[in-house]
Ligand binder design. Structure first.
Ligand code: NAI
Length: 397
């Protein structure tokens, strides 16, 4: 098996590479195999048989729980760490209080500090806005800090009471209205965490010939966390990207969240790359995705650019209501796989997939979630959609 390794000059990807994958729950069983076929076809065509992917299945989710009593077995985490890059279907968050989301577990275990979501419009997809073709943005959401770090205590717990006393007695903090009945959460935002995210966002903009990086924040209210995020980001940009800023190749600007959400809908073309904190990023990704055809179309990568780890995954959930019917839209996973190939440096194969997706959707061929609202569209199942994407890679199309 040929593993991807990280060297001082970046990822080293063998010509015949082993890529681990997690099928996922629900519709994962339908969309994963067809997405792998699309990847295999793109790699074969782009490199004329000189490169290939060998898929290595890892256990996680409900099936893993049935087989080995754990939703996220240690071997799976070990393999993802060892092989660096992986593809992942949706995982059901186990029901029950206190069980952590498997996706959050993965991100934290591998310190995947960037949640990267490129969102663009494909002709043939229905959008609720007038000019969806103006949306072409890549969101860099910080993935490990902020109020989403998972540091919180339920109301009435010993920890919440202790925290309340600490606030009141040690810090003389009197702004908590109802201290006895409050639950508490902590919002850590660090200089290092901010810098590594913003560095990657600016570098991405430069590498992809984008004009601007926008910092979205609520620093006017949360001065020492979101305000500091903004200040640290500007300082980093001045220090490390001064040449690009002063030559006008790239502009780094900031906007507060409330103003941003208006503009994201009214003038989305103003945004190329967004760098933002965890909670803001969660909402922002969806406000763009909704305009571009919904989460069924949006890909994502959870990445640590410093260690070279990247897990590429769907943005939607397990869609239990349609699982097993062969009608799920595999686009989010197919596009996530294209992101994965690009991350590996196999840009030609990634481009083939994106172009084939454009051709397929432009011809009105799509799965039920999209086809229902497309005039004269042709509704196909999951497998037929993927087969069509593969056919559209043919230079004859
Ligand atoms: P969901 O995304 O599974 O479903 C919402 C609606 O969108 C459903 O009507 C579903 O049929 C539809 N839908 C979603 N993906 C689709 C696709 N590819 N093609 C066609 N229709 C699609 O969201 P829900 O119901 O909130 O979450 C269900 C479970 O999934 C939960 O346990 C949740 O934790 C998990 N989840 C996992 C994610 C991941 O692993 N990346 C992300 C989001 C949720």
């Amino acid at each position: 098996m040929s593993k991807i390794t990280m060297t001082s000059s970046g990822l080293r990807v063998p010509e015949s590479v082993t890529v681990p994958f997690i099928t996922g729950d629900g519709i994962g069983k339908e969309i994963m195999p067809v997405s792998q076929l699309v990847v295999d076809a793109a790699v074969a065509q782009a490199y004329k048989g000189n490169r290939s992917v060998e898929w290595l299945e890892l256990q996680a989710g409900e099936e893993a729980f049935r087989k080995c009593g754990s939703y996220m077995p240690a071997e799976t985490l070990y393999a993802l760490n060892d092989y660096h890059v992986g593809l992942k279907g949706p995982l059901m968050t186990p029901a029950g209080r206190g069980v952590r989301s498997l996706n959050v577990t993965l991100r934290q275990a591998l310190d995947l500090y960037v949640c990267q979501r490129p969102i663009r419009f494909f002709y043939g997809v229905t959008s609720p806005v007038k000019y969806p073709e103006r949306i072409d943005v890549c969101v860099f959401r910080e993935n490990t800090e902020d109020i989403y770090a998972g540091i919180e205590w339920p109301f009435g717990s010993e920890a919440a009471q202790k925290f309340s006393r600490f606030l009141h007695e040690d810090l003389q903090e009197t702004k908590v209205r109802f201290p006895e009945t409050s639950a508490y959460g902590v919002k850590p935002v660090s200089k290092e965490g901010t810098e590594r995210l913003v560095r990657n966002a600016i570098q991405y903009a430069i590498d992809h010939h984008k004009r601007n990086v926008t910092l979205v924040h609520n620093g006017n209210i949360m001065k020492y966390t979101e305000g500091a995020f903004c200040n640290w980001a500007f300082e980093l940009a001045e220090r490390e990207f001064n040449f690009y800023l002063s030559s006008g190749q790239i502009a780094v600007t900031a906007i507060t969240c409330d103003a941003f959400f208006q503009r994201a809908i009214l003038r989305p073309e103003e945004f190329d790359v967004i760098a933002t904190l965890n909670l803001n990023g969660d909402y922002i990704s969806d406000v763009f995705a909704a305009q571009a055809g919904g989460v069924g179309m949006a890909p994502s990568g959870n990445i640590n650019y410093e260690t070279g780890h990247g897990i590429f995954e769907v943005t939607h959930g397990v869609a239990s209501d349609i699982a097993g019917r062969g009608i799920a839209n595999p686009s989010s996973l197919i596009l996530s796989a294209a992101m994965m190939l690009e991350f590996m440096g196999w840009k030609e194969a990634a481009a083939l997939i994106v172009t084939a997706m454009e051709r397929t959707l432009r011809q009105g061929i799509s799965t039920a979630d999209i086809a229902e609202s497309v005039k004269n569209g042709r509704c196909v199942g999951t497998r037929e959609f993927a087969d069509t994407v593969i056919q559209m890679m043919n230079p004859g199309f």
